[in-house]
Write a protein that binds this ligand. Structure first.
Ligand code: SF4
Ligand code: SF4
Length: 224
């Protein structure tokens, strides 16, 4: 399975990693103790959900060929999923951000989104849970937002609380969801859907995703 990550990246994933989720996944699927986290940079002119689905299928085929069990958790950006009863039941089983941080793909920023040091918070995520003994990445356990307050300062609904995420306090209220949702509802829709995204666009990691991450982040990642 060593080649799976490279295959996902070659097939269009912007980031991919493997996480140990033993003890986090509960109930009937507790035996699926590894997570394959797949991220794709959101682009308005590309069908991100479709691409993530295709990447999940690549992983699923490979796992099946080798006799491993797996479960694909649908992409977080699949806005139509709520209308599909089976898919919507899968969402509560697992949070994509958990797999992403545990695989070392990034941290949860003050804007409540995964921040990839390379691609910022434009990443849309999907996960495949499996019992394959994948070699896992180094988890990121602390926020690297530092003193930055750009998303807080620019959020039009004052929805961002300013708290820092860390793995020990994963449910800290980073974003007041109701305020954010109310603002989006009253904003001009993009492609017919409620939208805002200022906290994504203003993030230095998103804006500078073509240049190297700040030195302090490079240093911190090297220490992880
Ligand atoms: S999407 Fe807009 S309203 Fe919601 S948290 Fe981000 S900046 Fe604030
Ligand atoms: S804008 Fe600054 S504080 Fe907000 S998520 Fe990005 S780095 Fe973190």
């Amino acid at each position: 399975m060593d080649s799976l990550k490279a295959e996902l990246l070659e097939s269009g994933a912007s980031v991919a990693g493997f996480a140990d989720v033993g003890g986090i996944v509960k109930g009937d699927i507790a035996h699926l103790d590894r997570a394959i986290s797949i991220g794709v940079i959101k682009k308005l002119n590309e069908d991100t959900v479709h691409l993530l689905g295709r990447l999940q299928k690549i992983a699923a085929i490979k796992l099946k060929e080798r006799g491993y069990r797996y479960l694909c958790i649908p992409p977080d950006s699949d806005r139509a999923a709520g209308e599909k009863p089976f898919i919507s039941r899968l969402y509560p089983l697992f949070t994509h951000k958990v797999a992403a941080t545990l695989s070392g793909l990034g941290w949860i920023g003050k804007n409540g989104l995964l921040i990839s040091p390379v691609h910022g918070s434009r990443i849309s995520l999907a996960t495949v849970l499996t019992d394959a003994p994948l070699k896992t990445g180094q988890p990121i356990i602390n926020s690297m937002c530092g003193e930055c307050t750009l998303c807080i300062d620019h959020c039009p609904s004052q929805a961002i609380t300013g708290r820092q995420w860390c793995q020990e306090d994963p449910y800290a209220e980073l974003v007041r969801i109701k305020r954010c949702a109310a603002h989006k509802k009253n904003s001009r829709p993009t492609e017919g859907k409620p939208n805002c995204g200022l906290c994504i666009n203003i993030c230095p990691f998103s804006r500078n995703n073509m240049i190297k991450p700040p030195r302090r982040v490079e240093a911190a990642l090297a220490e992880e």
